[in-house]
Design a protein around this ligand. Structure first.
Ligand code: PGA
Length: 248
């Protein structure tokens, strides 16, 4: 089994000074960490982070990528530009982008495709809203979201990282129970197995109010291969504690 993958999603937080101090505390405490680790930072700070992370065990990630290759798309950042800065992972289809920036399943699938073509591992986010869960639609929704990415990416689907992030759990302090997470992860795993003979290569992360207190129980589930961590990744002691939990 591959080592767990723990990814911090800094969202729209940070400054040159704050990034440097958070990162030096995290990197300084990584003795004994054997899981895979990455931080996804705002794109303006990728260059700063590239140099701060050089030679460390922490990989660099971006939070979004353009669905287009290059050209007249003001404000967009392409996958090849990310690759230029040694970006290893890129979140695509985060619910905040689906919700606030109107990203459809199709756009998310194209973004995953652009990342893969540039040699970047897309961290594809799927997840249901509270209304969808209450209507018994959880599986239908996450399967529809993943199906679009499978359809666009064919056999390359085994090269993605998948993140199950129930929208109602993001930034709310409400976490899916380990059993709820496992149930959806198993559904996603089965869908991947039907699409590729190499489904075991895909790490399926859980995200949504994962923290130092609940990480161990979530990570103990069969199909939970790591975490995508927002708020708790901004506090060095909490993030480090989760990296150590994932290394056990
Ligand atoms: P959270 O965010 O850990 O703050 O809930 C997770 C995410 O949105 O990736």
């Amino acid at each position: 089994m591959a080592a767990k993958l723990m990814v911090g999603n800094w969202k729209m937080n940070g400054s040159l000074a704050a990034n440097a101090s958070l990162l030096s505390e995290v990197l300084g405490g990584m003795g004994g960490v054997t899981c895979r680790a990455a931080v996804c930072v705002p794109s303006v700070y990728l260059a700063q982070m590239q140099s701060l992370l050089a030679g460390s065990a922490m990989a660099l990630g971006a939070q979004d990528v353009s669905a287009h290759e290059d050209g007249a798309y003001t404000g967009e950042v392409s996958a090849t530009m990310l690759r230029d800065l040694a970006v290893r992972y890129c979140i695509v289809g985060h619910s905040e982008r689906r919700q606030h920036h109107g990203e459809s399943d199709l756009v998310v699938a194209s973004k995953a495709q652009r990342a893969l073509a540039a040699g970047i591992t897309p961290i594809v986010c799927v997840g249901e809203s509270l209304a969808e869960r209450e209507a018994g639609q959880t599986e239908v929704v996450v399967k529809r979201q993943l199906a679009a990415v499978i359809h666009a990416n064919g056999h390359c689907i085994s090269e993605i990282v998948l993140a199950y992030e129930p929208v109602w759990a993001i930034g709310t302090g409400l976490t899916a129970t380990p059993a709820q997470a496992q149930q959806v992860h198993a559904v996603l795993r089965a869908q991947l197995q039907a699409a590729t003979a190499h489904a075991e290569r895909v790490s399926i992360l859980y995200g949504g109010s994962m923290n130092a207190a609940n990480a161990a129980d979530l990570l103990a589930q069969n199909d939970v291969d790591g975490g995508l961590i927002g708020g708790a990744a901004l506090k060095a002691p909490d993030f480090l504690s989760m990296l150590k939990t994932a290394s056990r």
